[in-house]
Design a protein around this ligand. Structure first.
Ligand code: PGA
Length: 251
């Protein structure tokens, strides 16, 4: 079912104590009437511990920042879906633009990752988004449609319902430049529309679509007020408990 989610993507930041203190602080600052699902996406090496800290809490869960497309075997340095499932992690983020750009992940790779995640009963936060060039050349709608259709549209309706989409325009990630709430809403509406065309309106209305890219306490309320924006995937502003909490309280 469609729900409001605020996920903190720590990327390759925070040492052990910094990360664990952050989680503690966020948990302590969460309002008692919190209705937003809060997700921490730490580095793999803290995932087990952070997940344990969240296990008995309502609406607080964890995500891995990536996952191997392979199921198991001789893939030195990789982490499998089965492994993170075995420590009861709920989500995996895949397709982040940094993975697409620096690690050359393709739509086909992501299709394999989605399949291996769903097979292991994990839920997926699937990132998509265009570059500045693509926006200037006005091919951003095509770019997003291709990312979604090539990696996700082979799924059954039942499987697709376990996907959360995160729209993250690359030009807004870590740059301080945010998409305006109208720019973001335009794309979110488009994403819901292409899902509706493929899977029907009811399913499309139940999918959570998050915005990511320089989302912070000062702009979250405006962004989250839009009809098709169900929360955020937060990078920099998730590394500080006060700013992350402010964003969580922005609905
Ligand atoms: P940012 O990152 O909030 O630091 O722009 C968002 C993301 O990359 O998920």
């Amino acid at each position: 079912m469609r729900k409001n989610i605020v996920a903190g993507n720590w990327k390759m930041n925070l040492k052990r104590d910094e990360g664990l203190n952050l989680v503690n602080d966020v948990i302590n600052l969460l309002p008692s009437d919190n209705e937003v699902e809060v997700v921490f996406a730490p580095s793999f090496i803290y995932l087990y511990k952070v997940n344990k800290m969240c296990l008995n809490l309502d609406r607080v869960s964890t995500a891995s920042q990536n996952i191997s497309k392979e199921e198991s075997g001789a893939f030195t340095g990789e982490v499998s879906a089965e492994m993170i499932r075995s420590i009861n992690v709920k989500y995996a983020i895949i397709g982040h633009s940094e993975r697409r750009e620096y690690f050359k992940e393709t739509n086909e790779d992501l299709k394999q990752k989605v399949d291996v995640l769903l097979k292991n009963n994990l839920e997926v936060i699937f990132c998509c988004g265009e570059s500045l060039n693509q926006r200037e050349e006005k091919v951003h709608f095509d770019c997003i449609k291709n990312q979604i259709s090539e990696s996700l549209f082979h799924l059954s309706s039942n499987d697709f319902s376990k996907i959360v989409i995160a729209y993250e325009p690359i030009w807004a990630i870590g740059t301080g430049v945010t998409a305006s709430s109208d720019q973001a809403e335009e794309i979110h509406k488009f994403i819901r529309e292409i899902i509706a065309q493929k899977y029907g309106r009811e399913l499309a209305n139940n999918i959570s679509i998050l915005y990511g890219g320089s989302c912070k306490p000062t702009n979250a309320r405006e962004i989250f007020s839009k009809d098709n924006i169900d929360g955020g995937l937060i990078g920099g502003a998730s590394l500080n408990a006060e700013s992350f909490i402010e964003i969580i309280k922005s609905f």
